[in-house]
Write a protein that binds this ligand. Structure first.
Ligand code: URA
Length: 279
């Protein structure tokens, strides 16, 4: 039996380690060894506390739609087809909200899709909702979002004039980094948002967003600061794209703001040189 004093120390240790959220309704006894072989009759659904990448059932029943198989984050053509079939933001938002194929949705409070001007000249793509975003169902509204607002204001852009979204519409538990499978599964949703907005300039903040949308292996330090192109078959022309450091990184490493300031000035200049979207 854990004594109250010890329990208090344990909770403080959790807080110091960054454990700030319970993700299951019942405690898990991690000291009980998992059986070496799975039980003969596998449960219908993966328990919430099981690893997110738990293997899919070998043969899903015929009546189960394809997205149920993807609930274990298996990259699938389903999300690409689903996203491509959405002709408007309303349809896309509804499709993402109804999509049950990503295990992250089970631990998230809200689905967080993009906000802002759906015909914006500039679109910002981040990584995934954090705690505040998850609670409010809006992207970039926590501390990193407030810094993003100031970064945009520094080049004369109001947040409402920009379209802001993330690679993932669901917060990974405890803000852990998303897995490659989760990114691949959700990427069609963000690509469809880009196709619908058709911005003049795309700004990718942070390594996850830059690497996935530019399809590169290099880290953000190498990717940032030079103009690149984002292209997908549905776009008539590639979109001028700038990767830069994530505002959350700037909160931890303020010295990196000078590089981001250079990137912002390049974005401002390019935006001023480009013809208006509707011309
Ligand atoms: N970080 C992100 O990448 N996106 C958000 O919406 C918030 C924090």
């Amino acid at each position: 039996m854990i004594q109250p004093d010890n329990m208090h120390a344990l909770l403080q240790w959790y807080i110091a380690a960054g454990v700030d959220e319970a993700i299951d309704s019942a405690p898990q006894n991690r000291f009980v060894q998992a059986p070496k072989t799975p039980p003969a009759t596998a449960p219908e659904t993966t328990p919430a506390a099981a690893p997110i990448t738990a293997p899919a059932r070998a043969t899903p029943p015929v009546s189960v739609p394809n997205q149920a198989a993807a609930a274990t984050n298996t990259p699938s053509e389903d999300t690409r087809e689903l996203a491509a079939g959405c002709a408007s933001f309303d349809e896309l938002r509804a499709a993402i909200g109804a999509f049950d194929g990503c295990a992250l949705k089970r631990t998230a409070t809200n689905t967080v899709v993009g906000t802002g001007d759906e015909a914006a000249a500039l679109m910002v793509v981040g990584e995934a909702p954090g705690g505040e975003e998850d609670r409010r169902g809006l992207p970039f509204v926590g501390p990193a979002g407030k810094l993003l607002d100031r970064m945009l204001a520094a080049i004369g852009l109001e947040r409402s004039a920009v379209y802001i979204t993330n690679i993932l519409p669901w917060r990974p538990p405890g803000n852990r980094s998303p897995t490659a499978e989760e990114i691949a599964l959700c990427q069609p949703f963000v690509e469809r948002q880009i196709e619908l907005v058709q911005p003049k300039i795309l700004v990718l903040v942070g390594g996850i967003s830059a690497k996935s949308l530019l399809d590169k292996r290099e880290g953000i330090t190498r990717l940032r600061g030079t103009w690149r192109e984002f292209s997908v078959p549905a776009l008539a022309e590639p979109i001028a794209t700038m990767a830069t450091f994530h505002p959350a990184y700037l909160l931890r490493q303020p010295a990196a703001k000078k590089e981001v300031w250079r990137d912002l000035l390049a974005i401002q200049q390019k935006l001023a040189e480009m013809p208006d979207k509707d011309k």
